[in-house]
Design a protein around this ligand. Structure first.
Ligand code: APR
Length: 309
């Protein structure tokens, strides 16, 4: 385990992330920080009281200040407002940019060596805000989206094929929005290309459902957005870093020429280890996938240009 992981935002995503981190004992101390008076303290205490039952020794602490977060190894940023029905992630842009900016300024001061994992939406742009404000190198600023989008895609495929979720290997690249790019050419079931097992119409429907996976949940919940799968995804990234697993996971990373693009965060296959982003893998894409990735990049650049830093 590492010494300290901070989760900023003690709302649905943040609190669930903190609980999962503690249950996996990924840090000696998990600090939850939020502006809401009493919420991080109350949730943190409640979670800590589950430790004797769940059997974890990670200490969970809730606070409204950044003192307790000092010297964090990893900071997961979930602060911000969530979507309501009919809203796109981009509708959250300037509200969440202001919040992520304020949080990043604090983290820069108190945890200058931390690895940041951004969860607040619109994800790719919020990752850019955090990188700009902290000035951290790209190895230490990652956005959580691809792991979540891929999990949704894998769960839908497992259901359609009636096979274990464990046997579905897949990767969803691009921005965290409806232009995301599920890579059909790299989707396999224990190595068997998925196209041998499912007809095109069904696969197309699954790709479409994946692209709108977040909105499907928002429509049910009405008052907020998804948090169980998003927190699982953020924690999987933390685990790969803490345990130096060198896992290959799709994450939003700052591109410096990879895939022919630069100066934006976009979902690409990343190797995660103790140093954060250790490598971006450049895989061969079909012409259609290349075009879709370029389109997705444009959908990220537009709100990036609009964001006030
Ligand atoms: N600093 C710390 N916490 C803040 C700040 C701030 N400046 N501003 C808001 N928060 C907190 C709120 O007080 C709230 O507790 O962020 C929390 C957000 O929690 P929820 O409203 O439950 O939202 P959640 O579902 O957790 O989503 C948070 O993650 O997945 C994304 O799109 C989602 O942007 C949203 C974010």
């Amino acid at each position: 385990m590492v010494n300290k992981i901070t989760v900023v935002g003690a709302g649905n995503v943040g609190a669930t992330t903190a609980q999962r981190l503690a249950e996996k004992e990924l840090a000696r101390t998990v600090v939850m920080v939020d502006v809401a008076d009493g919420i991080p303290q109350g949730k943190g205490l409640d979670q800590w009281e589950s430790a004797p039952i769940e059997g974890f020794d990670s200490r969970i602490v809730g606070t409204n200040g950044y003192e307790e977060t000092a010297g964090s190894d990893i900071v997961v940023i979930t602060a911000g407002i969530a979507r309501k029905p009919g809203m796109s992630r981009d509708d959250l842009l300037n509200t969440n940019a202001g919040i992520v900016k304020q949080v990043s300024e604090q983290i820069k001061k108190t945890s200058p060596n931390a690895i940041l994992i951004i969860v607040s939406n619109p994800l790719d742009v919020m990752s850019y805000v955090a990188k700009e404000v902290t000035g951290f190198p790209r190895e230490r600023v990652l956005g959580m989206a691809g792991v979540l989008d891929t999990a949704r895609y894998r769960s839908f495929l497992a259901e359609a094929l009636d096979v274990s979720v464990r046997d579905i290997q897949a990767m969803v690249l691009g921005g965290h929005g409806d232009t995301m790019v599920p890579l059909i050419s790299y989707t396999t079931v224990s190595g068997i290309p998925v196209t041998q097992l499912i007809d095109k119409a069904k696969l197309d429907a699954i790709v479409d459902r994946t692209r709108n996976g977040g909105a499907e949940i928002v429509k049910f919940l009405k008052t907020g957005s998804a948090y169980y799968a998003p927190s699982s995804a953020a924690v999987q990234m933390c685990e790969a870093i803490v345990l130096d697993q060198k896992r290959i996971l799709p994450c939003a990373a700052w591109l410096e020429g990879e895939y022919g693009m630069k100066d934006l965060f976009l979902g690409v296959p990343c190797k995660l280890g103790r140093n954060g982003l250790e490598q971006i893998l450049e895989v061969t894409l079909t012409d259609a996938e290349t075009a879709e990735l370029a389109k997705s990049a444009e959908a990220v650049r537009e709100p990036m240009r609009a964001v006030k830093l």
